[in-house]
Design a protein around this ligand. Sequence first.
Ligand SMILES: C[S@@+](CC[C@H](N)C(=O)[O-])C[C@H]1O[C@@H](n2cnc3c(N)ncnc32)[C@H](O)[C@@H]1O
Length: 261
Amino acid sequence: MVRLAAGRARALGLPTRGTTAPQRLRRVDRWLCGTQARLLRDAELVVDLGFGASAVTTLELAARVRAVNPALAVTGLEIDRARVAEAQPAAAPGVAFAHGGFELDGLRPSVVRAMNVLRQYDEGAVAAAWSAMTACGAHVLDGTCDEVGRRASWVWLGPDGPVSLTFAAHLGTLDRPSSLAERLPKALIHRNVPGERVHGVLAALDAAWDRAAPQQAYGPRQRWIAACADLARDRPVVGGRSRWRLGELTLAWDAVAPSPG
Ligand SMILES: C[S@@+](CC[C@H](N)C(=O)[O-])C[C@H]1O[C@@H](n2cnc3c(N)ncnc32)[C@H](O)[C@@H]1O
């Protein structure tokens, strides 16, 4: 198991840059609330792990998941104690901030959102972090996005391991689907090389995008939808047109999983 915490630190993990921004995670939250609504309706607690230098994305997450289930509690966990202290004034009924790492401070949430956290770790730390976060039975969303949330991708994990990979983009500013490779989660970002499945998927999506060029006359959304439908003919795409029209594409994990070793 890769060691995540040194010496006396109780929280599992390492403090990293705290960059965040309002609305940065809106695409992530839209997917979570749209595709995992049943899970959220049955849940009591959602954790936002590594909320960063401001409480803002935790508060946004709370507002969104509580639109699905008003009884949900949301806790923002941060490994940097100074950031926890700064966030405390934003605490409200059902929204708390606390110090913790991948061990989740002993909480037992149904869902953990960990956006832009593992990207600053080594690839070798991912498996241990995933195991720690899912040990309590939680589902985990581990992903990466750009500064303003126009390009993102995330792995969705169940208690038994990774389930899917989702890409999400602001289609008006996406030149080619493979541009999303810059925002692959840590588990995959070093695997965008020939011979790896995720590389093959992005190449196939680029080819489908090229074949869909005539749809550009109707706008980038129609072109994306056509490219996703094309890819879905021979790849295990999860969900359909109602998600594609939002600039999303989800694939079963087996389609992108890194090769062993
Ligand atoms: C780049 S910020 C991301 C902020 C926010 N989630 C976002 O996406 O905008 C990453 C934050 O994760 C925190 N962090 C890193 N490892 C952590 C861990 N194991 N547990 C909790 N927080 C962690 C860092 O201290 C940092 O504040």
